[in-house]
Write a protein that binds this ligand. Structure first.
Ligand SMILES: [Ca+2]
Length: 186
């Protein structure tokens, strides 16, 4: 008789401590200014060097509304043009969940379009960062989500929507949540 191997793995591993939505605890929505890119002037900071461009404009978003669009022409260096904004940091070890809708057109030559959170100390120096998976080539609107954890000494975070590469990426409907741990940090 061949040994029977369960595709689900040892049953003993499927206990209450399996990582997943249940382990994130209660999520609290954090305020993101102009999260739908519909305000003028917008609270978003644009970080870009010509000939790349970052614009917040009507028609660039979902359903014809406002959105942020990053365009990097072929002759521009591959860098990290982005729209971002700073917020006071949640407590150390808080899990953050950020999401946004993203669309790309012929994104290539780099990591692609993605989301990131920078963790900054009191002097404004970046301690580290978290980033999402990326989208490239040409894709219609898709929601990208990422998780990050606030490291020690963080006083400010900066959320960013980026395009590393050539091509075009548009972003809309940004959400940021703090997920309270069910167990206190040691
Ligand atoms: Ca919008």
């Amino acid at each position: 008789m061949p040994a029977v191997v369960s595709a689900a793995g040892p049953a003993g591993e499927l206990g209450p401590n399996v990582f997943g939505a249940d382990s994130l605890g209660v999520a609290e929505q954090l305020p993101v200014d102009d999260d739908e890119f519909e305000q003028t002037p917008s609270a978003w900071e644009r970080v870009v060097e010509a000939p790349a461009s970052v614009e917040i404009r009507v028609g660039a978003g979902r359903n014809g509304g406002g959105g942020a669009v990053i365009i990097v022409p072929e002759q521009a260096p591959v860098a990290w043009p982005n729209v971002g904004q700073r917020l006071a940091a949640s407590a150390v070890r808080t899990l953050l969940r950020m999401s946004a809708w993203v669309r790309t057109r012929e994104a290539a030559d780099g990591y692609g379009a993605y989301l990131a959170i920078d963790y900054l100390d009191a002097a404004g120096k970046r301690i580290t960062w978290s980033q999402s998976g990326s989208l490239w080539s040409t894709h219609d609107w898709v929601r990208i989500e990422m998780l990050g954890e606030v490291p020690p000494d963080t006083t400010t975070i900066a959320i960013r929507l980026l395009l590393d590469g050539h091509g075009e990426a548009a972003f809309d409907d940004v959400s940021l949540e703090a997920c309270m741990r069910s167990h206190p940090a040691p």
